[in-house]
Design a protein around this ligand. Structure first.
Ligand code: NAP
Length: 286
């Protein structure tokens, strides 16, 4: 049986993606940090997709050593689908023991390390990599600061202060698109593909668990107009499974439509610079 990997699979959009893949008939490795929520999600998915083969991988993706160990375990199982979906909007002073901003580590460095390691693993099969990013239109205003990936200075982040974690998160979501373009270039000619997706504005997840002040208010207002997690899972699931997408790579989708992302995400020099800086931060050769 083919194996699919979904990160952030214990709630929200990730759980729906995992459910869809289980119904599709693939074994699914469910990756998330919180073991209890992971076990609860496994039970819900098993009930929604009877007979499915599910494995849980409790991993803190903000800890790069844990991501490396996960990549090594998964490489042995040669997954054919890998969906990077986990993300967090962390306060700016929330740093990992390695000094990385938690949003940078979880949302960008973890998928960079995990997907790159698996993509570089020799495999006889064509693999599909899918990266859940954010809204291409909303993210135009928060270009990645390549001189301050780790949000040390907070330069150019939003006002009021309660929005700054959201702006820093937005930058990591732009990094998701840039990573898709960088990885797609390297996968060319291998048969494996990588594409990005914006799930839409979706309620039912826990993304704004750390929001404070005006940002919390903004999130609750936005939530009233948000769609269900099933809607959010639709495009990533389609990218992971649709036969008509065989060989399609290096694109970014909203509601199953290929869209342009901001020029600051497609500029080849910026894409390559992010690739090199990320390699340095995770300890891989560039
Ligand atoms: N919801 C929206 O409106 C929206 C809009 C645009 C883009 N997106 C994107 O859609 C994706 C899913 O969002 P969602 O709304 O479903 O959010 P969510 O319910 O908060 O789900 C996030 C998932 O990521 C996992 N996660 C967070 N930090 C982790 C870590 N350090 N290690 C391992 N797992 C970790 C969480 O697991 P734990 O509970 O164990 O931490 C959870 O399973 C994200 O990439 C987000 O950026 C969402």
């Amino acid at each position: 049986m083919e194996l699919a990997v979904v990160t952030g699979a214990n709630s929200g959009i990730g759980e729906q993606i995992a459910t869809g893949l289980a119904r599709h008939g693939t074994s699914v490795a469910l990756v998330a940090r919180n073991r209890e929520r992971l076990e609860a999600a496994r039970r819900r998915i098993a009930a929604a997709a009877p007979g499915s083969d599910l494995q849980v991988e409790p991993v803190d993706l903000a800890e790069l050593d844990e991501v490396r160990a996960l990549a090594a375990r998964l490489a042995g199982q040669d997954p054919s689908i890998v969906v990077s979906n986990a993300a967090v909007i962390a306060p700016l002073d929330d740093r990992t023991p390695a000094g990385l901003h938690r949003s940078l580590a979880t949302n960008h460095l973890a998928p960079y390390l995990l997907l790159r390691t698996l993509a570089e693993q020799p495999s006889a099969r064509s693999r599909r990599f899918v990266v859940v990013g954010g809204s291409p239109s909303g993210l135009r205003r928060v270009p990645v600061d390549l001189d301050d990936l780790n949000a040390e200075t907070g330069r150019g982040l939003a006002w009021p202060p309660s929005f700054r974690p959201f702006a820093a998160y937005g930058r990591t979501k732009n990094m998701n698109a840039m990573f898709v373009y960088g990885l797609a270039r390297r996968l060319r000619g291998t048969g494996s593909t990588v594409n990005g997706a914006h799930p839409g504005i979706i309620r039912g997840g826990r993304l704004n668990r750390h929001d404070r002040g005006a940002l919390r208010l903004f999130g609750s207002v936005l939530g009233r107009f948000a769609a269900r997690t099933e809607t959010g899972a639709d495009t990533p699931l389609w990218l992971a499974t649709a036969p008509e997408l065989d060989g399609v790579s290096g694109r970014f989708y909203v509601k199953r439509r290929a869209v342009e992302t901001a020029e600051h995400t497609t500029d080849p020099d910026r894409v390559e610079r992010l690739w090199r800086e990320s390699a340095r931060l995770v300890g891989l050769p560039d």
